[in-house]
Design a protein around this ligand. Structure first.
Ligand SMILES: Cc1cc2nc3c(=O)[nH]c(=O)nc-3n(C[C@H](O)[C@H](O)[C@H](O)COP(=O)(O)OP(=O)(O)OC[C@H]3O[C@@H](n4cnc5c(N)ncnc54)[C@H](O)[C@@H]3O)c2cc1C
Length: 455
């Protein structure tokens, strides 16, 4: 059993990417650091993520001749955010994205796939995916680094209360094995407690669509309790109502599951979404997540994600497990699909013909989907179908911070010795987060928080 120190220079709450980035930087800058984690297993949502990182100006982008710029990434993120985000914060994330990505290679020896991916809302491919497509790789390497640097990670230990004195945060009360203990904080408290996607009560008050009938990709630990404690001591929040759903989800499995690989990497670029109400497409499949999820919710019933063998091959992912588990189902013909899901066959066939024609002429005059050279008409059997419905994926609002990761109060002034990073904060993604930008944010802002905490 861990004996918790009664004081530390820097206390980090949360053992996800944001918390561990902060802890490592603070330690490298010379501070004594303690990480506490309320769950028995560390890693929060970070450990179950795909680990994809958006970064601009990387070696891999250059190799593939992808022309990108910080300004373009800022513009993409701001547009998706419906301009609700803080320009300065977004700029800091984008300017430092390449450095954060390279940090994962240099310090943790991370390996990435050579192909840079594009997700809806990005103007160019800039998502760098770990070879394993698993966020756990980086997380485990970060934990090993903590061990090397003598940074204790105390598990089953939850911050219940934050205490203030005239200088700001003085310490916290934690509960460990149902016993309350006090830890005093000399330099800074860094809140990196993640989002609240699994907190049905809290999220439903903010968006009434997101009741218990809507699933989540998050771990059960993702609740608002520490965020609310920060609010109690005077922290300002921003965009709490901006809750992102993942439109690439299967309704035939719990949690994140296997379906998103098919939804995001095959259906959206190389296939189409079909409404069961109209037997037609209803959205640009390469729009950002908010646009697609909102259009799905408007359908009031689950929808179909469709791709053919060619789309499957171009996507290039091994989806056998998803097929074995019936999350993705194979059909020999489009007619079989129409019969199985009670579509209007004539309308459905005409819709496919129309979409294929858009691909031939290079312009989607219905939904303005970006047509690229590797998208081919949906013709080649077998055809693949997934029953799709959004799941709560990331919470985009949270504590208001400045570009030094300091938490601001209602007078827009920093609360002394209180820093925050990662999904618990708001202001970076506004109304909608582009795929793979959360990990960039966690690494960039976590590192900034760690460096500033050690001062
Ligand atoms: C399935 C899935 C896949 C994803 N894939 C990607 C991707 O490929 N690319 C991308 O950019 N984003 C992705 N995301 C989003 C991204 O992973 C998260 O936004 C990010 O990992 C959040 O990191 P964090 O450090 O802020 O919080 P977390 O990783 O959630 O860590 C927070 C930790 O704080 C702990 N904690 C909370 N309260 C307390 C307390 N009071 N006391 C002590 N400990 C506490 C929690 O238990 C948790 O372990 C994905 C998300 C999910 C759910």
């Amino acid at each position: 059993m861990h004996v918790i120190p009664s004081k530390t220079e820097v206390l980090v709450v949360g053992s996800g990417y944001a918390g561990l980035s902060a802890a490592i930087e603070a330690r490298l800058a010379g501070a004594s650091v303690l990480v506490i984690e309320k769950m028995a297993a560390p890693g929060g949502n970070s450990i179950i993520s795909d680990g994809g990182i958006a970064a601009v100006g990387t070696w891999e982008q250059n190799e593939q001749g992808i022309e990108d710029s910080v300004e373009l990434m800022v513009a993409d993120m701001r547009k998706a955010a419906l301009y609700r985000s803080d320009l300065q914060l977004v700029s800091v994330v984008c300017v430092n994205s390449k450095d954060a990505y390279e940090w994962t290679k240099d310090l943790f020896d991370m390996q990435y796939r050579p192909r840079v991916e594009i997700f809806g809302g990005h103007s160019v491919p800039r998502c760098h995916t770990p070879v394993s497509v698993k966020g756990i790789d980086l997380l485990l390497k970060m934990m090993r680094k903590c061990e090397e640097l003598n940074i204790p990670i105390v598990k089953n230990c939850e911050v219940k209360q934050i205490h203030l004195n005239k200088q700001g945060v003085s310490g916290v009360t934690v509960s460990i094995n149902n016993i309350e203990e006090e830890i005093s904080v000399e330099k800074a408290l860094i809140v990196a407690s993640g989002g609240f996607g699994a907190d049905v009560e809290f999220r439903r008050q903010l968006d009434s669509r997101l009741d218990e009938s809507v699933g989540t990709t998050n771990k059960t630990s993702a609740n608002a309790s520490l965020l609310q404690e920060c609010m109690r001591i005077g922290a300002q929040t921003v965009d709490l109502d901006c809750i992102q759903c993942g439109p690439w989800s299967s309704m035939d499995e719990k949690g994140f599951g296997l379906g998103p690989l098919f939804g995001d990497y095959v259906v959206f670029p190389y296939g189409i979404l079909i409404s069961r109400a109209s037997s037609r497409r209803f959205v640009n499949e390469l729009a950002d997540r908010k646009v697609i999820s909102d259009e799905m919710f408007k359908q009031n019933q689950w929808v179909l994600g469709l791709a053919d063998q060619q789309g499957m091959d171009t996507g290039g992912w091994d989806l056998n497990r998803a097929i074995e588990r019936n999350v993705v189902r194979k059909f020999d013909s489009l007619k079989q699909i129409s019969d199985e899901f009670k579509l209007d066959e004539t309308v459905f066939m005409e819709e496919i013909r129309r979409y294929n024609e858009f691909l031939n002429i290079g312009e989607d005059s219905d939904f303005n989907k970006m047509i690229t050279g590797d998208m081919k008409p949906i013709l080649r059997p077998p055809f693949y179908i997934m029953r799709m419905w959004p799941k709560v994926h990331t919470t985009l609002g949270g504590l208001k911070i400045d570009t030094s990761a300091r938490v601001l109060n209602h007078q827009h002034l920093p609360i002394g010795k209180l820093l925050a990073a990662g999904e618990v904060t708001g202001g970076i993604h506004g109304a909608s987060r582009l795929g793979s930008c959360a990990i960039t944010e966690c690494l960039v802002m976590g590192r900034i928080a760690g460096r500033n905490a050690s001062k």
